[in-house]
Design a protein around this ligand. Structure first.
Ligand code: TXE
Length: 486
């Protein structure tokens, strides 16, 4: 299946051209660590500076491009990505480790996002309102924010970059894109598709490399007007502190510790399916994963038994093998983090089901799905984001306690409830302290035409995605005109 890519080398793309560079990072397949996809440039601080300068220089050209030009580029790029979904899905599964169906779905989603925002470029309307003064017209319009740094994590290698870059470009901004070190393959393809779709040179610049080396330029430069970041809480907070003196506009999407409430009246089959997909889909490496299962007493034992039975049947294997339910953990460091949290959960009194290392013919970072039962909400596994195939169960007396436990977290990205009670579902939707609430559907799995984001430690700044994306990527201008002599 894999083409011979031993000699594949991808450079950074700055000012529309392949940048020079002599440092490289191997892109390693987590399902088979002997498989190296290629070597990708490891950019330096001076590359990042060049990219910022290129983005700044191209800003007037793109900021004043017609909406039709912007729409056409995004639409053409979206079409190409959807057309190449099998090929790019294979690359995504190979570099990140999610299963082929998940990876292909993510690629198609990226294409749809580009096309959606292509349409949005044509809908950047303002408003004209009557002034309180006679003879004066008031217009409210939106202009591009300017030069934007887009910094992305490894868990959605093409969808997250697409949902930041597409609205940035749609509204006339120029971009420096820094993907996560572990997944440069999809990032490079995305930028290459967009440049061939007709993006002028310098409008979208790719700087691959470590956050430590290139990050400070992308987040600290006074030439950067906005930063859209998804990643860990620690890095997000560092960016918040470092960018504050420049008053840079920020959009931070960080961790989650998302609760899924299961009530006594739930349909057991629905509850198990929603929990399985929400907790272990994409190897649990999603900020929207349901990592805390808050279950009322009357259904607890049946739910745990049925979930365990299903979970133990999941096949953990090479991401690109037919029949794999769950691919590997992304790398050795993440696997060590997952196992450390499992050990802490056991030490604090939880009982562990699954969570074993799995041996396959190729050497990969395989861990079976893990369920920690008998936990209470104060345990570390219920306070901190593990970011792996690990879910814990908190047993509660009733709905009121379930709601209180669900809300007792420093995070607030999303939450879910499985119930057949309209009253409970409606109450939960209103009282859950999360940015996104799911009723009888998995916590992970969102639409691209509606806002995405959370509260408290999960998110900072305006929402991402859908029509709400313009709140971050545009500046509002109010102009007053007296058309003629009074
Ligand atoms: O995240 P980082 P990593 C959590 C998850 C995971 C842990 C570490 O627990 O195990 O974070 O993952 C760039 N200035 N999540 O190391 O470091 C970095 O290069 C500017 C949860 O991938 O936050 C990458 O492109 N940029 C989360 C991006 O920031 C910097 C998704 C994210 O990297 C930088 C990902 C700096 N100083 C990880 N340092 C979720 N909940 O979705 C790093 N970067």
């Amino acid at each position: 299946m894999s083409q011979d890519t031993r000699s594949l080398r991808r450079r950074n793309i700055i000012g529309g051209a392949d940048a020079s560079g002599d440092a490289w990072t191997p892109n390693v397949n987590p399902s088979d660590t002997s498989d190296v996809i290629g070597e990708y440039a490891r950019g330096s601080a001076s590359d990042a500076q060049e990219a910022v300068a290129a983005a700044r220089a191209s800003l007037p050209r793109w900021a004043f491009a017609t909406p039709q030009e912007r729409a056409d580029v995004l639409d053409r790029a979206g079409d190409e990505i959807v057309r190449r979904a099998d090929e790019l899905g294979d690359l995504l599964a190979r570099e990140e480790g999610k299963t082929l169906p998940e990876a292909r779905g993510e690629v198609v989603r990226a294409g749809q996002i580009l096309k959606f925002h292509g349409g949005q470029a044509l809908r950047n309307t303002g408003e004209v309102v009557d002034s309180i003064r006679p003879g004066v017209e008031v217009a409210v319009t939106r202009e591009p924010l300017g030069v934007v740094s887009v910094i992305t994590p490894w868990n959605f290698p093409i969808a997250i970059p697409a949902w930041k870059i597409a609205p940035a470009l749609a509204y006339g901004n120029t971009v420096i894109f820094k993907p996560a070190e572990l997944v440069p393959g999809c990032a490079w393809e995305l930028v290459d598709v967009l440049r061939r779709a007709g993006l002028p040179d310098g409008v979208l610049n790719l700087v691959m490399g470590s956050g430590r080396d290139v990050g400070p330029v992308l987040t600290g430069s006074p030439e950067v007007d906005g930063i859209s970041f998804t990643g860990s809480v620690a890095t997000g907070e560092q960016i918040l502190a470092e960018s504050a003196p420049q008053r840079t506009r920020l959009q931070l999407e960080m961790g989650g510790k998302n609760p899924l409430v299961v009530l006594d009246d739930a349909d057991l089959g629905v509850a198990v399916e929603v929990a399985l997909q929400g907790a272990f889909g994409s190897t649990g490496q999603r900020c929207t994963a349901s990592s805390r299962l808050v279950v009322t007493r009357g259904i607890h034992d049946r739910f745990v038994a049925a979930l365990t039975e299903q979970m133990l049947q999941w096949r953990v294997d090479d991401a690109r093998t037919d029949g794999t339910h769950m691919g590997p953990v992304v790398d050795a460091a993440q696997l060590a983090q997952d196992e450390r949290y499992l050990a802490i959960a056991r030490d604090e009194g939880g009982q562990l089901i699954g969570g074993d290392r799995v041996e396959r013919s190729a050497s990969g970072h395989y861990l079976s799905p893990a369920l920690v039962v008998g936990t209470d909400n104060s345990m570390t596994v219920n306070r901190e984001e593990v970011f792996g195939p690990v879910a814990s169960v908190v047993e509660v007396a009733d709905y009121e306690e379930a709601l209180a436990v669900a809300n007792a977290t420093e995070f607030g990205l999303c939450s879910g409830i499985v119930t057949t009670s309209l009253a409970a579902a409606s109450h939960f939707r209103r009282h859950s302290l999360a940015g996104m609430v799911m009723v009888n559907v998995p916590t992970a799995g969102v639409d691209y035409h509606v806002p995405f984001g959370g509260r408290r430690a999960s998110s900072y700044g305006p929402r991402e995605q859908g029509t709400y994306a313009k709140e971050f990527y545009t500046l509002v201008k109010t102009s007053y005109t007296a058309p003629g002599a009074p």
